[in-house]
Design a protein around this ligand. Structure first.
Ligand SMILES: Cc1cc2nc3c(=O)[nH]c(=O)nc-3n(C[C@H](O)[C@H](O)[C@H](O)COP(=O)(O)OP(=O)(O)OC[C@H]3O[C@@H](n4cnc5c(N)ncnc54)[C@H](O)[C@@H]3O)c2cc1C
Length: 1002
């Protein structure tokens, strides 16, 4: 029989008596693991995650979003049966899912957290609370010393601290209780404690000054839990079964991860079964290696090392397994010191950045040896930089993601890390797993020293005090990963990078320059081929891509011709795309917004009348004015704007046919193709045929409508189709949208799309999985025959049919083969610098596929111009953005969690519904959400996703976060004005940080 557990409204603060359900993060039927966040609830203080500690499947009935539930009341259920979407009213609910993690009567154990991969035990340094003290979520109850730092032990449950407590100074294994939390003050130090065998207690420590007798001992499991060492390979296949041996499944998994041969192991489990602990023992720990080496006895009485001293000792012993060699070079750091000062960053930070810049040519320096006989090739530059702690020891905090971080962002990280490193208050991810290490002892006046690399890095840099021949830079390297030539080459490169900082530190404005353009030194040096050309550069196409490219080139003094087959520049964006559609959207917005005026208390405005002729006049005025402005600017910048159609004659000649038929050949050194992509009409019977009558329109021809239609069929549910559907719905038109795929808005982030689709379906009819049989009729009397999902034949009569079936580059008349330019499908194939297969011919914008957006085209135009000018620039789609001008507007910048994970980034996201934002409530714009995505390792914000009114302005803040490599901490600390929707950015960053803190302590 199925068992069900209630997920109850948690009490998250003393004053909380009820909470409001804000979101469900899982759907009924979803599999739920211990520690999963299933919902968020709003308390009297904040929005909080609801975490469950019971594995199973989420089942309804779920409390509705917006419902107020008393503390302890059921929000939903967890069932142990897959496929149980909801439990019946008369079914038995076993117990509360949350309390499942507290299986005994002593209270919830406070366990020794695992604060780093290598940590197996910790020492209790202080107790910050006394037994019997009331504790709140987030209270620090103790501090513990790990092998690397002293850390706070924070708890996330309310109650009272209860014994038995681990003594100050006692060693507690990771995962073992140090103390307990009880919910009732009367139960503090309860002697009737019984602990389940699954609770691992190494030692118990009676509480001092206690009146109550303590239990003599707690259950100690015979075998310590086998923790996989840091060198394991998560995800590796379990080791094959050993013939004739019994092996536990976990032991096989661990053996697979550690590369241990099961045949050679003796089993210590029941009946000789090989268990995980046997596998863990098969590879000696650092401590075992240390103790197994020949020891030279020293007279006197030794004191026991502290765990930090032990950890250093064991790591240094393990480093004896590294076959190392040294390379030293004197480097003049004068210019770099000056440049760092001018940028307001420390020399240490500037040197770390220089090391990363130099590493681009010598990536091997960042690799690591992995037992046995493996190399880990790491692209991420996470450098540890040694800092002296206040107690005289050495701490090595890590600046993460240096390869794509600006100097300013690195300095911000450094300012945050150093004071905490000095008092050893670093989170594990802030000191664990550096990829390269830097130790600077120059300030102590040492003239030369070498440092010892530890397993996990291939090289360590030791910097000494500046002498008459410069500053000695010494690298000690692991010979299994690097050879002498590698390190010598790297040193020479590093010397060059440090001695010529002007090549990579932009003149005076590093914080403003993107890290991508700032840090690269390895750009292929391009120069315009020499020759007596008519123009050094010809640009074909005068849309956003071509025009921005031509302007950047002209601005740098390059003589450039822009061949464009229309009287005014602007391309699709100005004449058939962004601008006219947003002029219509602006008119439609007024109609839509006024409909809600009476909710706020304004009447008489909710029935605005549309004057189509004036709407069109206004739209055309905007387009004409901007076209004229653009042409004037282009000519003013001395761009030769040539009206005509361009096609290649050969790799250095373009033939231009002007509107009057005159033909002219123009020779060029380099060319840029920016010819866009027209609307694509699939071969649906009657669709192409009716384009000429106007019964069928595309995004190229819809602008010729004499009047807004009363009924319109839209074929295609992409961004353009959705924008048009809502515009015409606001203009009073009945819409049927037909989409052949399973869902519309396929290119929009899944959750944002789902929510937007839900809203759209309230105002327009959407048929997905539709197949269209044909389009017939005359303008004003059109008919679309289609089959819906079930195969039932249907007909929709309408005034006009809009084919919003995408855009596709058409290069058939460009004669690309004569120029030697290759295609990738319909699009022109380019590299990240927008170079085609013919290195002096570039292509940008819609014609190269990818995001077909005006700002993308313009950015690529500037990348091409930069490359032609010999500068270093690349287009980085991971930082690009888009807005869908629906209502509410959808938008994104950077990566979604799914995209980030596909790229191997350990990403985390949080979302806030607009319904909880004060400003959104005031204006009645509560539909939608904002989601923030961050890289867990670096804390960098890598994506922001929107479904909100005013996304078109809100997104600018997200763009700056992603483009500027901002971290969660920076955004969490930024001050956003109240009441504005921008406050949600700070909230989101703080929520993700809180989540990361919590998971780090699990
Ligand atoms: C309805 C609609 C709404 C849109 N809304 C947005 C939006 O809100 N935001 C956004 O970012 N993007 C939007 N877009 C997309 C945007 O219009 C395009 O991505 C952008 O214009 C592409 O710029 P481009 O320079 O690559 O090409 P284009 O703008 O297409 O410019 C290319 C130009 O080159 C000319 N040309 C072509 N071949 C030749 C030749 N052989 N010789 C000479 N000239 C030639 C073309 O006539 C054209 O004028 C929208 C598009 C549509 C259809």
């Amino acid at each position: 029989m199925s068992q069900h557990y209630a997920i109850t409204m948690p009490q998250l603060s003393d004053t909380m008596t009820e909470g409001v359900v804000v979101t469900w993060e899982k759907q009924p039927g979803d599999k739920v693991e211990r520690g999963d966040i299933v919902a968020t609830v709003e308390t009297d203080k904040a929005i909080m995650d609801v975490e469950v500690f019971k594995a199973g499947y989420l089942a309804g009935p779920l409390a509705e979003v917006g419902a107020t539930i008393p503390v302890g009341g059921a929000l939903g259920y967890i069932t142990d049966t897959a496929g149980d979407l909801a439990i019946e009213a008369n079914e038995v609910v076993e117990e509360k899912a949350q309390t499942e993690m507290i299986p005994h009567h002593a209270g919830t154990p406070i366990v020794m957290p695992q604060l780093s991969d290598t940590m197996t035990e910790g020492v209790v340094v202080t107790w910050e609370k006394e037994p019997g003290d009331a504790i709140k979520r987030g209270d620090i109850v103790a501090t513990v010393e790990t092998d690397k730092a002293i850390m706070d032990v924070e708890v996330f449950q309310e109650g009272f601290l209860s014994g038995p407590l681990a003594d100050v100074g006692s060693v507690v294994e990771v995962g073992h209780p140090m103390a307990f939390i009880v919910s009732d003050a009367g139960k503090v130090n309860d002697t009737g404690v019984t602990i389940g065998a699954d609770h691992k207690v190494k030692e118990s420590h009676p509480i001092k000054h206690s009146d109550t007798p303590r239990p003599a001992s707690l259950h100690i499991p015979k075998t310590a839990p086998a923790t996989a060492p840091a060198v394991s390979h998560p995800g590796a296949a379990p080791a094959p079964r050993a013939v004739g041996r019994k092996v536990s499944p976990y032991a096989r998994k661990l053996a697979g991860q550690m590369g241990v041969d099961l045949k050679s192991l003796a089993g210590s489990g029941p009946e000789g079964i090989v268990i995980a602990a046997d596998v863990a023992r098969a590879r000696p720990s650092m401590a075992e290696v240390a103790h197994s080496l020949p020891q030279v006895d020293v007279p006197g009485t030794g004191r026991a090392m502290s765990s930090m001293e032990k950890a250093v000792s064991h790591a240094m012993t393990a480093s004896l397994t590294l076959p190392t060699f040294d390379v030293t070079m004197n480097i003049d750091t004068g210019k770099l010191t000056k440049a760092a000062k001018a940028q307001g960053v420390s020399v240490t930070v500037a040197i770390a950045k220089a090391c990363s810049v130099a590493m681009e040519k010598f990536p091997r320096m960042n690799w690591a040896y992995q037992p046995v006989d493996k190399l880990v090739e790491r692209p991420n530059h996470d450098f540890g930089v040694a800092v002296k702690s206040d107690d005289g020891g050495l701490v090595v905090p890590i600046i993460n993601g240096i390869e794509h971080k600006s100097l300013a962002a690195m300095q911000a990280d450094w300012n945050d890390l150093v004071p905490r490193a000095r008092i050893r208050k670093l989170a594990p991810r802030e000191f664990a797993n550096p990829t390269f290490t830097i130790s600077n002892m120059g300030m102590f006046g040492v003239t030369h020293f070498t440092a010892i690399p530890t397993p996990g890095i291939a090289a360590i840099l030791a910097i000494s005090a500046t002498g008459p021949q410069g500053t000695p830079f010494n690298i000690t390297a692991d010979h299994r990963v690097l050879n002498g030539a590698d390190v010598a080459g790297y040193m020479a490169e590093l010397k060059q990078v440090i001695e010529a900082p002007e090549a990579w530190i932009a003149g005076g404005a590093p914080a403003a320059a993107s890290a991508a353009t700032q840090a690269k030194t390895s750009a292929p040096a391009f120069s315009i081929p020499e020759g007596s050309w008519d123009y050094p550069v010809v640009v074909i196409g005068g849309g956003p891509g071509g025009e921005d490219c031509a302007r950047d080139l002209a601005d740098h003094g390059i003589k450039v011709a822009m061949v464009h087959n229309e009287p005014f520049p602007g391309g699709e964006c100005l004449w058939r795309g962004c601008i006219p559609s947003k002029a219509w959207r602006a008119a439609a917005d007024i109609i839509r917004n006024r409909a809600h005026d009476n909710e706020i208390g304004i009447t008489g405005t909710d029935k605005p009348k549309m004057d189509w002729a004036q709407i069109e006049k206004h739209r055309r005025w905007v387009q004409q004015s901007r076209g004229e402005m653009a042409l004037k600017t282009d000519k003013g910048m001395k761009i030769d704007v040539i009206e005509g159609y361009g096609e290649f004659v050969d790799a250095h000649t373009v033939k231009v046919t002007s509107p009057d038929g005159a033909i002219r050949n123009i020779s060029f050194g380099a060319a840029v193709i920016a010819t866009g992509a027209p609307a694509f009409v699939p071969p649906i019977p009657g669709a192409r045929e009716n384009l000429s009558t106007g019964g069928v329109v595309t995004s190229d021809t819809i602008w010729n409508l004499a009047n807004p239609p009363k009924k319109m069929a839209i074929v295609g549910g992409g961004v353009i189709g959705v924008e048009m559907a809502q515009i015409f719905r606001d203009f009073g038109c009945e819409i049927l949208m037909l989409e052949r795929n399973e869902r519309i808005l396929a290119e929009v982030e899944e959750e944002i799309a789902k929510t937007l689709i839900g809203l759209l379906e309230k105002e327009i009819a959407v048929v997905t999985n539709a197949s269209i049989d044909g389009v017939t009729g005359t303008p004003g009397k059109m008919s679309v025959a289609y089959k819906s999902n079930g195969g039932e034949a249907k007909k929709f009569d309408c005034d006009v049919v809009l084919m919003a079936t995408g855009k596709r580059p058409d290069t058939s008349k460009l004669n690309l083969d004569k120029a030697g330019v290759a295609l990738d499908g319909a699009a022109i194939k380019v590299n990240s610098r927008c170079q085609t297969s013919q290195p002096h011919i570039f292509a940008v914008g819609d014609v190269i596929g990818g995001y077909m957006l005006a700002h993308t085209a313009a950015t690529q135009g500037r990348v091409a111009a930069d490359t032609i000018l010999g500068h270093d620039a690349e287009y980085d789609q991971d930082r690009d953005c888009a807005v869908t001008f629906s209502r509410p507007q959808a938008g994104f910048v950077g990566l979604s969690v799914a995209q980030a994970k596909a790229k191997g980034i350990d990403a985390v996201e949080a979302k806030m519904p607009m319904s909880i934002d004060a400003k959104a409530m005031i204006t009645g714009e509560t539909d939608g959400m904002i989601k923030m995505v961050a890289d867990k390792t670096t804390g960098r914000i890598i994506g922001v996703h929107f479904l909100a009114d005013h996304t078109d302005t809100l997104i600018g803040t997200g763009v700056m976060m992603v483009a500027g490599d901002m971290t969660l901490t920076q955004v969490a600390k930024a001050i956003f004005p109240h009441p504005t929707q921008t406050e949600l950015f700070g909230e989101l960053a703080r929520r993700i940080l809180a989540r990361l803190r919590r998971t780090a302590k699990k």
